[in-house]
Design a protein around this ligand. Structure first.
Ligand code: IMP
Length: 192
């Protein structure tokens, strides 16, 4: 069975990958299976951060490795919070991040934004592949909804009038940047 190492310690993320790869018959590993320090995400874009994480794992195991990085880019803020999405505010909680974003957007008319997920896949033979999924939308003027996480209460996808946190999680999970990126990885493995 083909082995794949997912560069994450997050059990929820691993679970998501497990369901994505279920039908592909991979043997899945995560950072919890290896003795290695966390990798600092020092790059200025999502893909390079994913590459940093994937390469760090590859140095300790010469298997197929997959790493991802995601975040929110707001046009009026020149792409912020971007790679800083997780720790945008000083406190770094979802609530504080959303409050900071709302404040920065207070007087903005242009409210377009996108969620992005990039994946770096290092194949067993060392080839590096890039995948990307995005979800376009708008930054709302107040936090609404209880579902999801991160910036979901502030993000209204194009074609909707509710935030991701107000929408059913099944709807979000079908159209999300993550789902779109995952689908490309699945298509890649299925075409092999
Ligand atoms: P990660 O790279 O998947 O850990 O995502 C980094 C950060 O981006 C998260 O901590 C969230 O703040 C934000 N983010 C990523 N995906 C989503 C999403 O689907 N909804 C809301 N926020 C997200």
């Amino acid at each position: 069975m083909k082995k794949i190492i997912i560069a994450t310690r997050n059990p929820d993320k691993l679970q998501e990958y497990q369901s994505m790869f279920e039908h592909l018959k991979f043997e899945l590993f995560s950072l919890a299976d290896f003795d290695m320090p966390d990798v600092e995400e020092t790059a200025d874009n999502f893909f390079d951060n994913a590459v940093l994480k994937a390469k760090a794992v590859r140095r300790v195991a010469r298997e197929c490795v997959l790493a991802d990085d995601s975040g929110l880019e707001v046009n009026a803020l020149n792409g912020l919070p971007g790679v800083k999405s997780k720790r945008f505010s000083e406190a770094g909680t979802d609530r504080a991040n959303n409050e900071k974003l709302l404040k920065l957007m207070e007087n903005e008319v242009e409210r377009q934004a996108r969620f992005v997920t990039t994946i770096c896949l290092i194949e067993k033979n060392g080839d590096i592949k890039r995948f990307e999924g995005e979800l376009h939308g708008y930054i709302h003027t107040a936090c609404e909804g209880e579902n999801g996480f991160g910036y979901d209460p502030l993000f209204i996808p194009v074609g909707y009038t509710k935030t991701l946190a107000e929408l059913d999680s099944e709807i979000k999970n079908k159209m999300s940047h993550r789902a779109r990126c995952f689908q490309q990885v699945v298509d890649h493995f299925e075409s092999e």
